[in-house]
Ligand binder design. Structure first.
Ligand SMILES: [Zn+2]
Length: 307
């Protein structure tokens, strides 16, 4: 998605294109074309600085994508190539870090000094604002909450190769895996009948809300694992707010009311009740808005006092 964002974090125009192939040149051309089209449609006579939120390990100082499993890219100069085509400064950051910046500037983390964001989508991405600063890490890997192990001996195998990563247990895909894991106990389940290939996490959550016993059993395991990960995040960061974004977070209070008491039980040395767990305010727009914030500030910079 290419979006034009104003200084209040409002999206003025968006242009969405399905990327049909993952070749580097094709993606660069598509980004450049969409940015021009979006700026023109929004009536922007001159292109402003551009921010790109990309999956993978990104070097935000050079705009290079060091590694992106989604695109199977290794060390490609994404920022430099887009900049060459558009002739304006282009900044690149990890998409979850951009989402963290967007939520911190304009969403559920606004005004906080210590903040963490988790996106519970196909995988789990994240970001940390500590003492007013977005934490990037030594090799820009800080905030990769998805790959800390919460069930190293009895969990699902993660896409990264380890067992029981937070992402394997508590992403949208994790919820589906819990459905299949408990399915032997529900031989006449209406939830999975004829849906093996097309069951989605939203359908599971809705069925759980409606009281379907199979969905509820999977949901309970999902919430247990989500609570484990969140308690670990609190132990490492003790933020004022943890915002949950991504598809699964659309469960809202149904999820929050279930997970909050479990997190409290698992929170030990950190004083209980000092981290609020909420759903992200900007939804799927957090990444685009955060990328725009990054472009305007000239980098992945959190500013607690001004926004
Ligand atoms: Zn993993």
């Amino acid at each position: 998605m290419a979006a034009v964002v104003d200084e209040q974090g409002t999206i003025l125009y968006r242009q969405e294109t399905d990327i049909s192939e993952h070749g580097f040149d094709f993606v660069v051309e598509t980004i450049a074309k969409d940015v021009r089209a979006a700026a023109e449609a929004a009536g922007e006579p001159r292109l402003p600085p551009i921010g790109i939120g990309s999956p993978g390990n990104i070097d935000p100082t050079s705009g290079a994508v060091r590694y992106s499993p989604n695109f199977e890219w290794h060390d490609v100069p994404l920022g430099a190539e887009v900049e060459k085509r558009l002739g304006v400064p282009v900044l690149v950051g990890n998409d979850a870090r951009c989402a963290t910046l967007g939520e911190h500037a304009f969403g559920s983390g606004k005004g906080t000094t210590n903040f963490a964001m988790l996106t519970l989508g196909t995988g789990i991405g994240g970001g940390i604002v500590a003492d007013g600063t977005l934490v990037l890490g030594n090799a820009f890997g800080a905030g990769e909450f998805g790959h800390h192990q919460i069930r190293a001996t009895d969990g699902f195998v993660c896409g990264c190769g380890k067992t029981g990563c937070f992402e394997a247990q508590a992403s949208g895909q994790g919820l589906l895996r819990h459905v299949w894991a408990v399915s032997p106990s529900f031989p006449r389940s209406a939830l999975i009948e004829g849906k093996r290939s097309k069951l989605g996490s939203k359908a599971v959550r809705r069925a759980a809300e409606a009281g379907d016993p199979h969905a509820l059993a999977a949901w309970a395991r999902y919430i247990d694992d989500l609570a484990r990960g969140l308690a670990n995040v609190i132990a490492f960061v003790n933020p004022e707010v943890i915002a949950l974004g991504g598809g699964v977070s659309s469960a809202g209070d149904f999820m929050l009311n279930a997970v909050r008491p479990k997190v409290e039980v698992l929170t030990t040395m950190v004083p209980r009740g000092t981290t609020r767990i909420v759903t992200a305010a900007l939804g799927n727009d957090a990444g685009a808005i955060g990328a725009a914030v990054m472009a305007r500030r000239g980098g992945l910079v959190a500013r607690t006092a001004t926004s």
